[in-house]
Design a protein around this ligand. Sequence first.
Ligand code: SF4
Ligand code: SF4
Length: 367
Amino acid sequence: MASKVYFTDMRCDVGVSLLEKLTKLITKAEIDKIDFNNKFVAIKIHFGEPGNLAFLRPNFSKTVADKIKSLGGKPFLTDCGTLYVGRRNNALVHLEAAFENGYSPMSTGCQMIIADGLRGTDDVEVAVAGGEYAKTAKIGRAIMDADIIVSLNHFKGHEAAGFGGALKNLGMGCGSRAGKMHMHNDGKPQVAPNVCRGCRFCAKFCNHGAIEFGDDNKAKINHAKCLGCGRCIGTCNFNAIYNDNASSNVLLNYKIAEYSKAVVDGRPNFHINIVNQVSPYCDCHAENDAAVVPDIGMFASFDPVALDKACIDAVNAAPEIKTSILSQREHHSDHFTNVHPSTDWRTQISHAEKIGLGSSDYGLITI
Ligand code: SF4
Ligand code: SF4
């Protein structure tokens, strides 16, 4: 049976704010079917790497938190530490980054908890029902301690997964640093020496010192130091960095789906995608390139697979912005693959569906 996905566009009549439309959207999507009374509710969010301006404004979080509080719940905003050494790799700098980006108890009306603790080591090993690539998943403890999980996701492109939506925020985002390592470690990138121009730009973004230069001034990735986070792939303006294991992006997507299942299984869950500032890369980047399509709208569903599929379809149906990276790309099949030719978003959706996380078959209800 098709899952219901609720949608509202970004248009606002005078006197009606986008935030009021968001409240109306999640109300119509029947978030109140969940019994929130006196329950801890983890709202999984991405606070944005400092420097990135495409991340969701805290106002969206406040709107969702206020709705949950009105239903009797006790919400908190949460994320886990990053694998790479950026400004969100331990709880102290992560919270500082969140504050810098405008998140606070005052701006959002709820507390913020870094779910995997000070050093990213406080996780729970959760069995993955039907998991083929991850029999267990290492998930941030505070997320697993919550009674209910709500994901609030900025929908955009992603350099390894193809797209970043609910599944990415749940699967990769709720993994502890060890969990993220587990998801990422099937592939480490390579540099095509005939394409590399020796500009050394990529090296600034590898916080593990894994990008080295020889006498020929060509970048080389030292796989002994590389963690396989994939962050450098999107930094090269000449597409010289690529994933040498064609299957690794696929395996990453399979594991993201399985980790997502570990997060939502056995407890109430609800998911919201905001499809605005559809940047080509993840909000983990300390910069964001121009949006590839115009802002589309807000989507909500109990089914994270249907939700992401509806957003993928909406983005692909939208015209490309000519001043974006899409104009520099060869066109292969759709916007996501055009931006990142080595990725295949279908593998994340199909595997999530296969393991029973949700359905790619959806009915769109526009409000
Ligand atoms: S950014 Fe690209 S072109 Fe510049 S050194 Fe790195 S791989 Fe080479
Ligand atoms: S070389 Fe690239 S993939 Fe490896 S750790 Fe550095 S940024 Fe991450």
